[in-house]
Write a protein that binds this ligand. Structure first.
Ligand SMILES: Cc1cc2nc3c(=O)[nH]c(=O)nc-3n(C[C@H](O)[C@H](O)[C@H](O)COP(=O)(O)O)c2cc1C
Length: 198
């Protein structure tokens, strides 16, 4: 009756993988799930580097301190947000004079004193990238893959190796592969509903 809920309930952070490579068409399906994600002002910030070549995997694994999950994942997606989309929007808002507030290009925020502020900039880009990443994670779970967000890594090393321009923000390394061990469910709060006075 609620077909997505089992995929969400069955997802685990997987850190032990079979050596089996992830097929190119499977990678394409994962990226498609991310491409279709919602994003604020439809700015579609998400970008991913597909890391499955041995020389690139070696750099990414070293950047993540050779931790066990990273070392045996056959595929790592470097999940990122391209903030340059915000600059295009800011230019458009200034040019079209549709009543949009003037944008301070230095900070990518609306001018001080404005009652309304455009919700653009780094944190919104990262939120949008996170939504796309989790879309991808759920699709991966449906396809029998294991994934794990991995945010402990040296950003500078990854940036340097892939020659990333300044407008690319790093979100996470996403480990992907066919699991060899699926860990048990970790505990969750009983409810996320915030009680109201009424
Ligand atoms: C933003 C984010 C960052 C995470 N970073 C790491 C990490 O660096 N290393 C790791 O082993 N797990 C990492 N995890 C996985 C969490 O530990 C895991 O989601 C949590 O313990 C719940 O377990 P489950 O995903 O199996 O339900 C991360 C998860 C998220 C959402």
């Amino acid at each position: 009756m609620f077909p997505i809920l089992p995929a969400i309930a069955n997802r685990r952070s997987v850190r032990e993988f079979q050596p089996r490579p992830v097929e190119p068409e499977v990678i394409d399906a994962l990226l498609e799930a991310a491409r279709l994600a919602p994003s604020s002002i439809n700015l579609q910030h998400f970008r991913a580097i597909v890391v499955d070549a041995p020389e690139d995997l070696a750099v990414v694994r070293a950047s993540a301190y050779q931790l066990p999950g990273v070392v045996n994942a056959p595929l790592v997606l470097v999940c990122m947000a391209d903030v340059s989309a915000d600059a295009e929007l800011a230019r458009g808002a200034e040019e079209t004079s549709r009543g949009a507030p003037k944008v301070d290009m230095a900070t990518l925020r609306s001018g001080a004193g404005s009652g309304f502020s455009l919700k653009i900039g780094r944190e919104w880009a990262l939120i949008n990238a996170a939504i796309a990443t989790e879309n991808l994670v759920i699709q991966a779970t449906e396809m029998g893959l294991g994934t794990c967000w991995h945010h402990h890594f040296e950003h500078a090393e990854v940036r340097a190796h892939f020659k990333l321009p300044d407008h690319m923000e790093l979100l996470t390394l996403l480990l992907v592969g066919y699991p060899s061990v699926v860990p048990p469910a970790r505990p969750r709060r009983a409810s996320v509903r915030w009680p109201t006075a009424s």
